[in-house]
Write a new protein. Structure first.
Length: 563
């Protein structure tokens, strides 16, 4: 079925994709040239290959004054379904971060790994090296299905061996683009050692690919660490006595919006239909194709699946799924009780082995004064060879540790400042921040560099160990899903933030807009006043999110007001 957008109103990106020769453009020619950066058409295509062109924004003013070009750099993102890597792959990622990036790797809120500060001269090497580890960057960005999320640690509980990691890999493979330009440009025409047969044909996506990014996550109610309701398409496993009975599909979530644009908004997914295991892949593809055909291709800010569901309605969507497949899908079941686990600390598996979850502030793995995190992780993984999982909260879990190795691993954790759950203050444990400045071109304000300061200020005010979740993003694209948090902090401009309140830690309720613009010099005091009022009024009997939702905006404004 052809997409429903009028040809005359298509955005220019649609024509770039359609005329890209299977996402090739002139990327290879520019790579082989002396050009310092890519121009508009190619940088749009480069996203599909797993890279964003950026510049060091800390240097912009200085270079502009000196009449110099921007300090061009690239972010490269490895797409890692379910955040699952071997010890060898993880060590390769650490080494690559030191060799071609800024001395770090960053675990993403979708369980991938990002490399920042990659020069154009190292771009081909970086992407090729990632593929040599049997990982890839294809589809980590761009208008295709992005990294598929799941909590693979669920599969290690004998009561719920539900095949979630295998399903995650199957879904990721099913929606990987078919065009071979990626492999021809970066990997000499080989896909993991096998020669590819040239094609530009995309049997699922078509020549224009998706209207916008498409995100899928797999979850169980017992652990919604993936924030399934924030995805375009969520797969909730319905199980009984360790057996998968069905899957409930949750459709039309997404957290991004634009300040001042009422046509854009965060939205939780709608519980749509229930499918059998045999029907699942067909149903997932049907949902994706409905978005492919009905998503808005004229306005990229209004192009996600959430707008199709919101504007056409859930019943229309169910009927369209039934019409396309000829299957009479029943509605999804009601929302079950959700829990969220962060998997920090030591946890014994059903087979007697251990996992240990390590907190990584905002996902940034690097050596810092007094906390050589990268060195510590490298030493542990080199010596003991655990599997590694990246979590949706940007932490690391080392998997499958022998009982006899626990004391030595704990000693190495302590020696290198690697924190688990012991002594970790609850607010810091729950916090998340996106990258923002100086590398992200979309950032309106600081995030990763500001969050530690905000947490220190709140700790000094006496609320640092309260179980309140803060998520901060430098812009309203909301990469760490700020509109879902108990306290969402969203950049509006240099030193200015919008404040959202009332989400919940289970990931099933949106926060509401509270304050439109708060100066960073006042933000800690505003948050402190709210948290202090909550604990005085409730004695922590209710969560902060529940309390702020019950109080509402009007009652909270005088509490937050500064004298």
């Amino acid at each position: 079925m052809a997409d429903q957008t009028d040809q005359a109103t298509l955005s220019k990106v649609e024509f770039i994709k359609e005329n890209s020769d299977g996402l090739r453009g002139t990327i290879e020619e520019v790579l082989n040239s002396d050009a310092s950066h890519f121009e508009e058409n190619d940088l749009q295509l480069l996203k599909f290959h797993g890279s964003y062109q950026q510049d060091d924004r800390d240097l912009r003013a200085e270079r502009r004054k000196a009449k110099l070009d921007k300090a061009w750099i690239f972010m490269v993102r490895a797409k890692i379904p379910g955040g699952r890597v071997t010890a060898e792959q993880f060590l390769d990622m650490l080494d690559l971060g030191c060799k071609v990036g800024n001395g770090s790797i960053r675990i993403t809120s979708r369980q991938g790994i990002q490399f920042h500060g990659v020069g154009k001269e190292n771009l081909r090497y970086t992407i090729r090296r990632i593929n040599q580890t049997a990982l890839s960057t294809l589809g980590a960005c761009g208008d295709v299905n992005r990294n598929v999320m799941c909590c693979g640690l669920v599969d290690q509980d004998w009561r719920r061996s539900l095949g979630m990691e295998q399903l995650c890999l199957q879904v990721a493979d099913h929606f990987t683009p078919h065009a071979t330009g990626y492999w021809e440009i970066w990997c000499d025409g080989e896909r993991f050692g096998q020669k590819v047969e040239h094609t530009t044909h995309e049997p699922i996506y078509g020549a224009r690919y998706m209207p916008r990014k498409f995100k899928i996550a797999v979850t169980v109610p017992e652990d919604n660490c993936v924030d399934v309701y924030t995805n375009d398409l969520g797969v909730e496993v319905v199980h009984h006595n360790g057996r998968v009975m069905a899957y409930d599909l949750i459709v039309g979530g997404g957290m991004g919006f634009a300040h001042g644009n009422e046509a854009t908004y965060p939205r939780l997914g709608t519980r749509m239909v229930r499918v059998t295991p045999a029907e699942l892949l067909e149903a997932l593809e049907t949902v994706l194709k409905i978005q492919r055909d009905y998503g808005d291709r004229s306005d990229r800010k209004h192009a996600r699946l959430k707008y199709v569901v919101e504007e056409r309605g859930a019943e229309w969507f169910r009927d369209e799924m039934r019409r396309r497949t000829g299957r009479n899908y029943p509605e999804a079941g009601p929302l079950p009780p959700y829990k969220v686990l962060d998997h920090l600390g030591w946890e014994q598996r059903f087979d007697g082995r251990w996992n240990v979850g390590i907190h990584i502030d905002d996902g940034r793995v690097r050596d810092r004064d007094g906390a050589p995190l990268m060195t510590g992780l490298r030493r542990i993984v080199e010596r003991f060879r655990p599997q590694v999982r990246m979590t949706p909260r940007q932490d690391v879990v080392l998997v499958g540790i022998d009982e006899k190795d626990r004391p030595e691993i704990q000693r190495l954790l302590d020696e290198h400042g690697l924190e688990t759950d012991a002594g970790l203050k609850r607010m810091r444990r729950l916090s998340m921040a996106c990258v923002a400045l100086p590398t992200c071109g979309l950032a309106l304000a600081e995030s990763e560099r500001y969050m530690p300061s905000l947490l220190r200020q709140l700790d000094a005010l006496g609320v640092g160990d309260e179980p309140v979740e803060i998520r901060m993003t430098g812009c309203p694209n909301s990469c760490v899903r700020s509109p879902l948090a108990e306290i969402g902090v969203v950049g509006r401009g240099p030193g200015k933030y919008a404040l959202y309140l009332g989400g919940n830690q289970e990931g099933t309720r949106l926060a509401f807009p509270f304050l439109e613009r708060v100066d960073d010099t006042q933000l800690a005091q505003v948050i402190f006043r709210l948290i202090d009022a909550w604990r005085r009024e409730t004695g922590r009997a209710a969560s902060f999110g529940d309390w702020s939702t019950q109080k509402g905006c009007q009652a909270l404004e005088p509490i937050a007001a500064l004298d």
